[in-house]
Design a protein around this ligand. Sequence first.
Ligand code: GDD
Ligand code: MG
Length: 324
Amino acid sequence: MKALVLIGGFGTRLRPVTYTVPKQLIPIAGKPMLYHVLDLLPPDVEEVVLATGYKADLIDAYVRAHPPRWPVRTVSEAEPLGTGGGMKNAGDGMSDPFYLLNSDVIASVDLRALAERQHDRGGIGTMTLAEVEDTKPYGVAALGEGDRITEFVEKPEPENAPSHWINAGIAVWQREVLDAIPAGRAVSFEKEVVPGLLPRGLYGFRLTGYWDDAGTPERLLRSQRLLFEGGRGGKGTVPTGSFGTGPIAVLPGATVRGASFGRFVTVGAGAVVDSGAYVENSILMDGAHVDRDATVSGCLLGPRSRVHPGHRITGVVLGEHGEA
Ligand code: GDD
Ligand code: MG
């Protein structure tokens, strides 16, 4: 099977960081969001097609420098085509069926079992579903007999949500789904196409492990915690010469001597946490600098941003070169 990964979108909810870095390259628990998504793919996947748009050059460069285990091809959009338009644009030569993955979700899910379910039940596709309290930011499914999806509403008002089971952004589709997407214009797959596919048999695959969409600062940090707790953040040990509980992920070229750490931190490549500083539940991107005796909690610090000596910040997002 092949996989199509949707990587367009402006990441507006993660600005100002996403003014200069696409959200898929933000490191969570030690590696970019995109690579946690790719980690879900079985080793025998034949090819991964990345449907890119916004900052496609940065994605390309990163993937070239850090080649995943599968052959990768990128197909980029000159203008954002939406999820459906992106699928249509990049869908030539897809396998039948194929995996479709959003690039901003973290999940514990067995994709082989998902493909088997699609094979056994037939129909046009099988969509993994996560159960969440607040369904508003998601696509919501009503389930009938044998978990057949009987209704699908994208981002409904709470009173119109048919259940708490939402599209987890990880699915298997038969190739014919691409024929149902209008060509040559932006299309929201979830809003404009999925409801019309229900008569052809769309089934739900209920997730039992963790799941989150990492598309807002709050959910990004929650995703990082889930990844560390799920053992996907590496060893997590605080390096010699620094202190605290961890788990943390320290990328090559970072300096953390004399600093201390609480739980769930990524220290990006070349980032610095000076002596006497304390960091917890945060992501420090490449070259971010937390100066001596500063305290950082629940923050996303963009590349080469700086927290000044002794400053204490909570819940702050700094863009590239931002200061606090
Ligand atoms: N190629 C391409 N072109 N990809 C795009 C575009 C585009 O114009 N716009 C968005 N994407 C990518 C994003 O990078 C992301 O990986 C995925 O498509 C979904 O877009 P989001 O903007 O993150 O959508 P969402 O989070 O509001 O909703 C989607 O994901 C939810 C689960 O996280 C929908 O699929 C919902 O139904 C779903 O519940
Ligand atoms: Mg999203």
